[in-house]
Design a protein around this ligand. Structure first.
Ligand SMILES: [Zn+2]
Ligand SMILES: [Zn+2]
Length: 136
């Protein structure tokens, strides 16, 4: 059985405030990545900065990761269990040209690139574009 949002937060030593639980529920209920705006729209009367801070806390604790899919809106998706948000956890994302949804391709890990001498790898952004299964 899956733990509740409150339990998951407690496991990460994050105080399970009502706002944090709500935001986490939204992220868990969406199989695709969601933007700040989409989260805001699913909550009544919330202050954008509160949602923003909540998302920041989640990122710092490796509950979610952010995705730049090239649409200009940063999106957020849940991390896998055991994810530590390090280079080995970097994976590709899929952007659907039709519905505009972005999903994680967690099996598609990004390999460490071969860089010129003296260069250091810190992150990568790999977005595959096409048509998702639901739209085909
Ligand atoms: Zn689609
Ligand atoms: Zn992802």
């Amino acid at each position: 059985m899956q733990e509740t949002a409150a339990e998951l937060l407690q496991q990460k030593n994050i105080k399970p405030t009502a706002m944090r639980q709500l935001v986490l529920e939204i992220l868990r209920n969406n199989p695709q990545a969601v933007s700040l705006l989409e989260i805001e729209q699913q909550l009544d009367h919330v202050d954008r900065s509160t949602v923003f801070r909540t998302l920041k806390t989640f990122q710092e604790n490796c509950i979610i990761h952010k995705i730049d899919d090239g649409t200009g809106a940063t999106k957020f998706a849940l991390c896998s269990e055991g994810c530590s948000c390090n280079l080995g956890d970097l994976h590709a994302h899929f952007y659907c040209n039709k519905c505009g949804q972005t999903s994680c391709l967690k099996d598609h890990l990004i390999e460490q690139p071969v860089l010129p001498d003296g260069f250091r790898f810190e992150s990568a952004n790999y977005v595959i574009k096409g048509i998702c299964a639901a739209c085909r």
